[in-house]
Each structure stands twice: as structure tokens, then as C-alpha cells.
Design a protein around this ligand. Structure first.
Ligand SMILES: Cc1cc2nc3c(=O)[nH]c(=O)nc-3n(C[C@H](O)[C@H](O)[C@H](O)COP(=O)(O)OP(=O)(O)OC[C@H]3O[C@@H](n4cnc5c(N)ncnc54)[C@H](O)[C@@H]3O)c2cc1C
Length: 413
């Protein structure tokens, strides 16, 4: 019997476990983290790998991996036990779950932070294309494919560069267009002139928040990018270098010289068949308190929660502060009074060493930290994204020195 089981040991888990321990109210031996991976990733860095912000693949492997990955054990307080297994099923009525190997574990409180499933197989031909080293199909959504994307962009000699955006939900919905702008910068820097960039989106707009969408559309049109709304990638034939997209009239074939595909995404398998999720496959929580709507001793945060807002690390870090407070309030039989307002952030590389810092909350309402003009890209945000944020994640979050939107200041509820 554990006082707290944390299912999943990714970014959200690092934040919440460190919060619990640094509160002084929880001993490491009272927590169990269940995480199959020995490596913890700063996933926003994958965009900087693919887009060559951190240089070519060889120099990144030599010089920059310390800001992209760390051992899972190094991200958690020393002596917090980490069980290197997968959660396979949940039995919330018995306060238990089972892990790979068949063992059943009991908890008093369960925190679910199991991320989102990257469904590369959902697009016929995509996985084969990505796994074929000779193909010019990349994806920044998984580390080896991000390195492949880096090389594809480096070797691009011109022609059709095709980028796409799958249906929501996906993590960091800004990333599919960040890589497009970074690719264009690289093409120009390499003196490639004879190219055309195409962006195929499943959505009717380039971004979900109108304030940012307006500017992002202007920027894309200013670069001559061919924008195609309501087009969803349906299959890839990489031997022929053709991607297919479905629109309201049927399917179109798009020849490409390079193709970037973020995978469709859905709830992770272990959660899918449990009673913890809603019909979309994500853990059903109160969107403000982050407590499960039906099980009082279950909480969720990060990409696996059904909070109706884009899934980002920025969101997970802010959720973590609310969840910690509310969990202790519940244990003390006090009011669950902290509210997560839906804060999320999408720092979008728009080219020329500039970045648009999109910050918003529930209702897709801008919720900006720095100025009301955050739809104007600037070099300071680019610097922060490239140099500061990876170090914030790798060094500050695990020391409990960073609290999401309030940065170095612990929010008061
Ligand atoms: C290319 C890319 C760019 C991004 N850019 C940004 C950005 O600029 N800004 C930003 O804020 N966010 C960005 N994100 C999103 C951000 O990385 C995620 O939102 C964040 O990692 C969510 O944390 P999480 O803990 O919910 O999920 P994860 O960090 O993915 O962790 C989930 C963990 O659960 C584990 N798990 C899965 N199944 C099981 C199981 N059955 N049992 C036990 N454990 C399991 C996994 O191994 C994993 O370690 C980006 C993501 C990507 C991929």
C-alpha cells in the first residue's frame, strides 16, 4: 500500500513529485513512481533538433543532449522509488492498479500523468516512411525522427516541402508550424531558392486563438506558403514520394520532395480500456481542480487529462501547482479551492531568429505574462526558448525552483 502512486514519470510527473516532496509533508518512501522509460525527455527540444536551432545532428549529439534528455532517476528526488514497469490496468473501486508482470499495487491516492499516445500507425505508410532512412519523411514528435528531420532539411535541394497538422488533440499544436518556419530559414541559409512550401491543416484556421492566428496567417502568407485548410493526411507512399490528404471533396495526391508529419494522437492504451477516462480516452477530471470527477482519491495532469486546452509542458507545470495544493486540501479535509484557469503556452518559431509567445487559457482567451503585444514576434522570446527554457526544465523544475506561469514565485491560492 502506497500513500501516493504516480502513474507515469514524464515531465508532469517530475513537477508533481518534486512538489510533493519539497512540501515537507511527504516522505520519499510514501511515493511510488511507475515509469517504463529509463530516460526523461525535454520534448520541446525535439523541435530545436529537427529545425537545426541547435546545429547539425552530429554537433547536437556531442554538445546539446544534456538539455534534451536525462536519466529518469536524475529528475526525481533521491530515494523516491521508481518502478520500471508499465501500468496495464486500473481498478479504482479497489484502489489498485496492475503493472506489467501481473503485480497488483494498492494506493491511497493516485496521480495519473501518462502522457498521450503517438499514433504513427494511424496513417497508412507513415511508419514505414519514417523508418526508411533513405526516405525524405520526418517527424519531430519522436527523438530519432527529429534527428532524421534535421538531416532531411540539411540535404534539401529544392522542390516541394510539405508540412502538415493532424486533427486535435495533439501535444503542442504549434510545433507543426514551428518546424516549417525553421526549415525555411535553413533552406535560405543554404542558398536553396527553388522551393515551394505547402502547409496542410486538418483545422479551418492556422491556430486556435484568433489573436495569434491572424498574425501567424499574415506571416505565412508573407513568405508565400501555400496554406490548405481542412486537409487531413490519409496515407503516404514514400517510394513514389506522394502524400495523400482528405478534404471535403475526397482525396488529393500531393507530390513532395520533403514531408514532415506529426502523428495523430490519442489516449494511451492502458487508460483507454479503464473506467478513468471519458469517451475521448483522456482522464476525466474537473477542469479547474484536476480531481477525478468520479473517484475522489484520483487526480490527473499533463497530456493525459481531459482539460479542454492544448496540451503543453507549460500547461502541465501550472496544473502541477494547483493539483498539489488541492490534494493537500483534500487530505486535510479542507476546501478544494485552487483553480487551474487553463493556462497553456505555445512558443512559435516564426523564422529570422524570432518567436511568437502565444499564451492563453480556457476559452482560448490570451493570458499573457509579458506584454499585451505578444502576437508580435521578437528575439528575446527566441533566446528564452533556445537557452532558458530547456535549462529551466532540466535544472529548475526538479529543484522546485519553477512554478509554471508564475515562474520563480510559488502561486498562492
Ligand atoms: C515536438 C514537440 C514539441 C513540443 N513543444 C512544446 C513547447 O514548445 N512548449 C510546451 O510547453 N510543450 C511542448 N511540448 C509538449 C510537452 O512536451 C508535453 O505536453 C509534456 O511533455 C507533457 O508532459 P506529460 O508528463 O503529460 O507527458 P510525457 O512527458 O510524455 O510523459 C508521459 C510519461 O508516461 C509514461 N507512460 C506511458 N504509458 C505508460 C504506462 N502504461 N505506464 C506507466 N507509464 C507510462 C511515458 O513513458 C512517459 O514518460 C512539445 C512536445 C513535442 C513532442
Amino acid at each position: 500500500m502506497f500513500k501516493f502512486i504516480v502513474a507515469g514519470g514524464g515531465s508532469a510527473s517530475v513537477s508533481i513529485v518534486n512538489n510533493l516532496i519539497k512540501s515537507g509533508r511527504v516522505q520519499p518512501s510514501q511515493i511510488l513512481v511507475i515509469e517504463p522509460s529509463l530516460v526523461n525527455y525535454y520534448q520541446p527540444g525535439f523541435t530545436m533538433i529537427g529545425g537545426r536551432v541547435l546545429g547539425d545532428a552530429e554537433s547536437i549529439k556531442k554538445n546539446s543532449m544534456h538539455i534534451i534528455e536525462n536519466k529518469t532517476a536524475n529528475m526525481f528526488p533521491f530515494s523516491v522509488p521508481i518502478l520500471q514497469k508499465e501500468v496495464v490496468s486500473f481498478n479504482p473501486d479497489q484502489n489498485s492498479l496492475s503493472v506489467s508482470g501481473g503485480e497488483s499495487l494498492q494506493y491511497e491516492n493516485l496521480i495519473v500523468s501518462m502522457g498521450i499516445h503517438l499514433d504513427f500507425e494511424a496513417v497508412p505508410g507513415l511508419k514505414q516512411a519514417l523508418d526508411d532512412e533513405k526516405s525524405t519523411v520526418g517527424s519531430i514528435y519522436r527523438l530519432p525522427y527529429a534527428f532524421k528531420t534535421n538531416k532531411i532539411i540539411e540535404n534539401f535541394k529544392g522542390g516541394n516541402a510539405v508540412f502538415c497538422m493532424p486533427p486535435l488533440p495533439i501535444k503542442c499544436p504549434g510545433a507543426p508550424q514551428k518546424i516549417m518556419h525553421l526549415a525555411i530559414d535553413n533552406f535560405k541559409a543554404a542558398g536553396v531558392t527553388d522551393f515551394k512550401v505547402h502547409y496542410y491543416m486538418a483545422q479551418p484556421a492556422i491556430f486556435s486563438v484568433p489573436k495569434y492566428a491572424k498574425k501567424l496567417k499574415e506571416i505565412a502568407e508573407g513568405k508565400g506558403i501555400n496554406l490548405n485548410f481542412e486537409h487531413t493526411i490519409s496515407r503516404v507512399e514514400h517510394e513514389k514520394k506522394i502524400a495523400y490528404f482528405k478534404n471535403k471533396d475526397g482525396e488529393i495526391a500531393v507530390p513532395y520532395d520533403m514531408l514532415h508529419v506529426p502523428p495523430p494522437q490519442r489516449g494511451v492504451n492502458a487508460l483507454k480500456n479503464s473506467t478513468l477516462v471519458d469517451k475521448t480516452g483522456f482522464v476525466e477530471v474537473n477542469k479547474e481542480t484536476l480531481r477525478h470527477t468520479r473517484y475522489n482519491n484520483i487526480w490527473a495532469l499533463g497530456d493525459c487529462a481531459n482539460t479542454p486546452i492544448p496540451k503543453t509542458l507549460a500547461a502541465a507545470l501550472s496544473q502541477s501547482q494547483v493539483l498539489t495544493h488541492n490534494l493537500f486540501q483534500a487530505l486535510d479535509k479542507k476546501d478544494i479551492n485552487a483553480k487551474y484557469e487553463g493556462y497553456t503556452a505555445c512558443p512559435i518559431f516564426v523564422g529570422n531568429n524570432k518567436l511568437m509567445m502565444c499564451e492563453f487559457k480556457y476559452g482560448l482567451v490570451p493570458h499573457e505574462t509579458f506584454s499585451y503585444k505578444q502576437d508580435v514576434p521578437n528575439g528575446f522570446f527566441y533566446w528564452a526558448k533556445k537557452w532558458l527554457f530547456p535549462r529551466v526544465y532540466m535544472q529548475f523544475v526538479k529543484r522546485n525552483w519553477w512554478f509554471g506561469r508564475t515562474m520563480f514565485f510559488k502561486p498562492k491560492f
